[in-house]
Design a protein around this ligand. Sequence first.
Ligand code: MN
Length: 370
Amino acid sequence: MRQVCRKTGLFKCHCTARRLKDKHPCRVRAAPVLDPAVRAVSGGQNEGGMSLEDAKNEIDRAFTGGDRGLAYENAFAGALSFMRRRYTKDVTGADLVVTGVPFDQSVTHRAGARMGPRAIREASSLQPYDPPYGWDGFDPLSEFTIVDAGDVAFDYAHTPSLPGRVEAHIAGILACGPGTVTLGGDHFITLPILRAYAAKFGPMSVVQFDAHSDLWPDDDPDRIDHGTFMYKAVKEGLVDVNRSLQVGIRTECADYLGMPLIDARTCHEKGAGFVADEVKRRVGDHPTYVTFDIDGLDPAFAPGTGTPVWGGLASWQAAAILRDMAGVNVVGGDVVEVAPAYDTTGATAIAGAHVAMELCCLALWNKRKK
Ligand SMILES: [Mn+2]
């Protein structure tokens, strides 16, 4: 038996957290080798930390695994859920709920984001072997119960009913306590999500990563348009403009409705630290929703999206900004506009999965055991 880390479940020789943190409580524990059938019955055998030796037996953790822990099943195999979290419609007791809205009928040009949730779940299977990098050993997968509640149900041929379905879906989760990280879907879905959040928290601080401000005027309540969702959110009073910020903008808009922004060029010239400081200064400790349109990234990093615009953030810039936002009172978020069909490499969905995981880190950071 080799020694494994109780916290990460890795062999000690692999345990990054132990190498990085002297205070990391890495203790000797025998690595169990379990019959997969036994694990399936008992569930959650990796909650205390599973070793790489056990990876050969782990499969379909989405329904054989427990609430917490890293995951080791082969990235190319098994039932897909976000980060191999438990797939359940019962969110009782969850600290955070990941859910999908596979809707893309409000796009201006190229459709395809309806395939985003599935692609992001698949891309996320590359990540759950280790705690997220750069978070000082913080391991939300082991420390908190994150579940995947699957996708919202809706009639694809009855678009007018979509907003109400999404709002009710999110409101139902929020009523149970946990926040949500939603996988889109096009950016319109953020409007009904914000309606649910504002009903619970009042007008929200919103941090929006995007190439577009989505503030084009649209006073027709029946229109469902991903380019006007923020206009409606502001007009409906869902957003506290003075405590919000848009990041990475690089398209014109006639009237920004007072919404402050840091355009892409300023991000490049002043750096990630400046942007994160501005976010913190703007939102303070107000309840904050982070909406990340994947087209905030440059098309070189995220080509699989409906309305790509050059000059955007590099993925390393977005990673640094999100990490440096730790401490912000993030109560929920989403990553939208991942349209995998325009990207044969899968890079866009991989970026989307990383963004979603960073959102989980931000939402749980203030609740972590110090
Ligand atoms: Mn957008």
